[in-house]
Design a protein around this ligand. Sequence first.
Ligand code: DP6
Length: 320
Amino acid sequence: MQGTAIAQPNIALIKYWGKRDVERNLPAVGSISITLRELFTRMQVEFDKSLGTDTLLVNDTPDEKMLPRLANCLDRVAGADRPRARIVSTCNFPIAAGLASSASAFAAVTLAAAEAAGQSLTVDQLATLAGRASGSAARSAFGGFVELQNVDDGIRCRTIKEADDWPLSVVVAITEKGPKAVGSTEAMEICRQTSPFYSNWVEQQELDLDVARAAIASRDFEKLAVIAEHNCLKMHSIMWASRPPMVYWNAATMRCLQTVRQLQGQGIGVFFTIDAGPQVKAVCLPEQVGDVEAALRATDGVTDIMTTGLGEGARLEGDA
Ligand code: DP6
């Protein structure tokens, strides 16, 4: 009655923002992401009939906040009448600060829970179940460059290019470690209901996906850089124009963007993307990592740097 799985977070280059079905957590738009290699969440799930309640330890500390969402996820995998579970999570990067910690957590817990319940999931079932818990988690079922498409009754995720076929690097500039003020789930709904830019965002997403897909297919870094930055800034514009407005950036976030612009001015292949948090992810060609790291580390307000390549999809620990 036990299972352990590992999943890596993913960073969207064409973002998921907004839901078409809140109840089933179906996204309003397709998205394209890259799964990371060095950052990970490891989830161990043990069903135990003698337990009166579910428990969760995150990095050795009891965590009540994340438990209800994880428990719902276990219910979807193993049924609401399942035995209570002991969930132990280990994560090597800041949680809930815009580093896609929920993506790796839900992909890993879904897989671990299925194993603990004696089920074996196909990768499509894994993506669907993980996506019910957190939309971006569906993409962490897959490695490399991943596209999530809306299909009639749900979603379909696919690797559109393997990590080894275009080994980009990501330098994450940490500017603040605390959890974010408004979680993405709530923020997306505020945007959908109040932002004057939301409907344009949904309408234009297919065009951005087409451009990014073509750029990835032909490994055209310039083309991918332009569309990814555009899509990211468009997503943040929706938030800024919402009521209440939501600004996830701090002064150091802005300074990191200026650093990336300066690097681009020097002919360095790099672009930025930012999610629902103040960290900046600089995507670059592997040969540029040293320059990008040095410039971001020297940027005022950057407290930490993490560098990673592209990695694989969620897997059971025994299969790692
Ligand atoms: C900005 O997947 O966290 O990172 O489905 O409500 O759990 P829920 O949202 P979540 O949103 C991720 C938003 C994003 C963009 C992205 O990863 O595509």
